[in-house]
Ligand binder design. Structure first.
Ligand code: ACO
Ligand code: KIV
Length: 539
C-alpha cells in the first residue's frame, strides 16, 4: 500500500503567472513565495528561467531567500521549468541552484498532435530527446522532474515507453499533465493507474498530476489521479493559470482534509493560511476571485436563504461542511436579503440591541421583505431605519409644495423650495449648492432645522428610457431623543432614518426622499412638539 502523504507542488508563480494579465513583479513573486512557504507547500515552481532574464533573476532570488529559510516550518523545494533543451536546462539550474533543495523540471510533448504540428518530431526523436535531456538535467541536479506534455491526449502505450526512458535517464518525479483539460475523472484516474501498472521502474519515483480546468474538471481529475496512486498534486492558488486555469490548491487540500475517510490522504498544508494567500495572489495578479469560488470566494461561507440561516443558527453543520476558521476566513455570514426569514432577522436585530415582541417583529418582517425586494442586501443601517419607521409611525410635518432649480455649466446651482409646515403655513427658502440636489437639501435644512448627516444617497432608474421614473433612497443620521427600545440602547443615541421618493424628475425624487427621512427624524427627536414655536417664518 502506498504512503498516504500527498506533496503539494505549487505552480502559481509559473503556470499561474501564465494567466493573461497576471504578470507579477519580482518583489511580488518573492512575497508570494514566502506566503507559499508559510502555507507549507512542498515544492514551489518559481518560474520559467529561460523566459527572460527577469524571470531567471526572480527564481534565483526565491531560491536564495525562500529556498534556504525555514521561516514557518520546512524549507520548500524550489523548482524551475525548462524545455527539453540544454540552454533552458542550464538557465533553470542557474536559477534554482542556490536553493537548499533545488529541482529542475523539464518537459516534452508526447501527443500526436503536439509532436506532429508543434515540435515536428517523430516518436523516436522524442524518446531520444527525453533520454538526453533528462540525463543532462540529472547531471546537474539530484532532483529532476519530467512531464510528457499533453499526456491526457497521448497514446498510453507510448507514454509508458517515454516515462520508462525518463526514469532510466534519472527522473525522480514523473508528472502527468492534462495540458488542455480534455480528460474526465474516470479517464484520468485510469490513465494514472495504467502508468503505475505498466511503466518499469516507476515504483522508485513520485507520480504527479497536473490538470487544467478547460471543462471545469481540474480538481475532480486531480483527485481521481491521487486515488489512482499519484502522490504529488500540481496546483495554483485560486486556480489561476493558462486559459480556464489550473487545479486550485485550496480545493484539493480541503477535499482531502474534509473527507479523510474517503481519501485516506493528507498534505502538509497549514489550512489556516489559505484565505490570506488567496487574497495576496488576487491582489498581486489583479485577478479577482469569483464570489462563489469554492473555499476562498466571498460567498463561500455566506448564507442568504431563510431555511439555511435558520439551520445555521441551530447548528452550523447543517449547511457548512467546514468551518471558515479552518481556512483562515472570518466567521460565517448570514446575509439579509429577499430570501431571508424571521430567525435570521431576529438574530441580527438582537445583535443591534433590539428586542421586539411578536407583533412588532411581524410588522418589521413585512417591511423588511418589501425593502429586500428592491435592494440586493439589507445592511444594519437599513434595519435601524426600518425599525425606527415602525416605532414612530412617520407623520408628514413638512410636505413639498413647490421646487425650482437652476443648474448647468453657466452659473451656481440654486434651488428654491416651498414647504407646507406643521403649522399649515407655507415656508420658502433658497440656497446655493454644489449641485441642484445639494442646493435643494440646503434650502430644506434652512426651513426644517433638524441637524443631521447625510449617510447614503442612491438613485435608481426604475423604468427604461428618457422618461424613466427615478427612485431615490437616502439615509440620514440624527439624534434620537425618545428611543429606548431595549436596556442596551441609551436615550439620545444617533440613529439612522431612511427616506424614499420617486418622480420622473430626479431632483424632485431626491427632495421627496429627504423630506421623508427628515419627517421620521422629527418624530424621534421630539422636535415636533416645538415646531409651532420654531423659528420657521410663515410666508
Ligand atoms: C504547457 C505549458 O505550460 S509549457 C510552458 C509554457 N510557458 C511559456 O511558454 C512561457 C515562457 N516562454 C517564453 O518566454 C518563450 O516561449 C521562450 C523564451 C521559452 C521561447 O521563445 P522563442 O524561442 O521565441 O520560441 P517560441 O515560444 O516562439 O516557440 C517555441 C519553440 O520551442 C519549441 N518547444 C516547445 N516545447 C518544447 C519543449 N518542451 N522542448 C523543446 N522545444 C520545445 C517549439 O517547437 C518552438 O520551436 P521552433 O522555434 O523550433 O518552432
Ligand atoms: C509543463 C507542463 C507540466 C504544463 O504546464 C502542462 O502540460 O500544462
Amino acid at each position: 500500500m502506498s504512503e498516504p502523504y500527498v506533496r503539494i507542488f505549487d505552480t502559481t508563480l509559473r503556470d499561474g503567472e501564465q494567466s493573461p494579465g497576471a504578470t507579477m513583479t519580482s518583489a511580488e513573486k518573492l512575497e508570494v513565495a514566502r506566503g507559499l512557504a508559510r502555507l507549507g507547500v512542498d515544492v514551489i515552481e518559481a518560474g520559467f528561467p529561460a523566459a527572460s532574464p527577469d524571470d531567471l533573476e526572480a527564481v534565483r532570488r526565491i531560491a536564495i531567500e525562500v529556498g534556504n529559510s525555514a521561516d514557518g516550518g520546512r524549507v520548500p523545494i524550489i523548482c524551475g521549468l525548462a524545455r527539453a533543451t540544454k540552454s533552458d536546462i542550464d538557465k533553470a539550474w542557474q536559477a534554482v541552484q542556490p536553493a537548499a533543495r533545488p529541482r529542475i523540471h523539464t518537459f516534452l510533448a508526447t501527443s500526436e498532435i503536439h509532436m506532429q504540428y508543434k515540435l515536428r518530431m517523430t516518436r523516436q526523436q522524442v524518446l531520444e530527446r527525453v533520454a538526453e535531456m533528462v540525463a543532462y538535467a540529472r547531471s546537474l541536479c539530484e532532483d529532476v522532474e519530467f512531464s510528457p506534455e499533453d499526456a491526457g491526449r497521448s497514446d498510453p502505450e507510448f507514454l509508458y515507453e517515454v516515462l520508462a526512458v525518463a526514469i532510466r535517464a534519472g527522473a525522480t518525479t514523473l508528472n502527468i499533465p492534462d495540458t488542455v483539460g480534455y480528460t474526465t475523472p474516470d479517464e484520468f484516474g485510469a490513465l494514472i493507474a495504467g502508468i503505475i501498472q505498466n511503466t518499469p521502474g516507476i515504483e522508485n519515483c513520485i507520480v504527479s498530476v497536473h490538470c487544467h480546468n478547460d471543462l471545469g474538471l481540474a480538481t475532480a481529475n486531480t483527485l481521481a489521479g491521487l486515488r489512482a496512486g499519484a502522490r504529488q498534486a500540481e496546483v495554483t492558488i485560486n486556480g489561476i493559470g493558462e486559459r480556464a486555469g489550473n487545479t486550485a490548491l485550496e480545493e484539493v487540500v480541503m477535499a482531502l482534509h474534509t473527507r479523510p475517510q474517503f481519501y485516506g490522504l493528507h498534505t502538509g498544508i497549514d489550512t489556516t493560511q489559505i484565505s490570506r494567500i488567496s487574497k495576496l495572489v488576487s491582489n498581486y495578479t489583479g485577478l479577482p476571485v469569483q464570489p462563489n469560488k469554492a473555499i476562498v470566494g466571498a460567498n463561500a461561507f455566506a448564507h442568504e436563504a431563510g431555511i439555511h440561516q435558520d439551520g445555521m443558527l441551530k447548528h452550523s453543520l447543517t449547511y457548512e461542511i467546514m468551518r471558515p476558521e479552518t481556512v483562515g476566513a472570518t466567521q460565517s455570514k448570514l446575509v439579509l436579503g429577499k430570501h431571508s426569514g424571521r430567525h435570521a432577522l431576529r438574530t441580527r436585530l438582537a445583535a443591534l440591541g433590539y428586542a421586539l415582541d411578536e407583533s412588532e417583529m411581524d410588522q418589521v418582517f413585512e417591511r423588511f421583505k418589501h425593502l429586500a425586494d428592491r435592494k440586493k442586501t439589507i445592511t444594519d443601517a437599513d434595519l435601524e431605519a426600518l425599525v425606527s419607521d415602525e416605532l414612530y409611525q412617520p407623520r408628514e410635518f413638512f410636505a413639498l409644495d413647490g421646487l425650482q432649480v437652476a443648474c448647468g455649466t453657466m452659473g451656481m446651482p440654486t434651488a428654491t423650495v416651498r414647504l407646507r409646515g406643521p403649522d399649515g403655513q407655507l415656508h420658502v427658502s433658497a440656497a446655493v449648492g454644489t449641485g441642484p440636489v445639494d442646493a435643494a437639501y440646503k434650502a430644506i435644512d434652512a426651513i426644517v432645522k433638524a441637524p443631521n448627516t447625510l449617510q447614503e444617497f442612491v438613485v435608481h432608474a426604475v423604468t427604461e428610457g428618457i422618461d424613466a421614473l427615478g427612485e431615490v433612497t437616502v439615509r440620514i443620521e440624527g439624534i434620537d431623543a425618545l428611543l429606548q427600545i431595549s436596556p442596551q440602547r441609551e436615550a439620545e443615541v444617533p440613529r439612522t432614518f431612511g427616506g424614499y421618493g420617486a418622480d420622473t424628475d430626479i431632483v424632485v425624487a431626491s427632495v421627496k426622499a429627504y423630506l421623508a427621512a427628515l419627517n421620521k427624524l422629527l418624530v424621534a427627536s421630539g422636535q415636533y412638539g416645538s415646531v409651532e414655536q420654531s423659528a420657521v417664518q410663515p410666508v
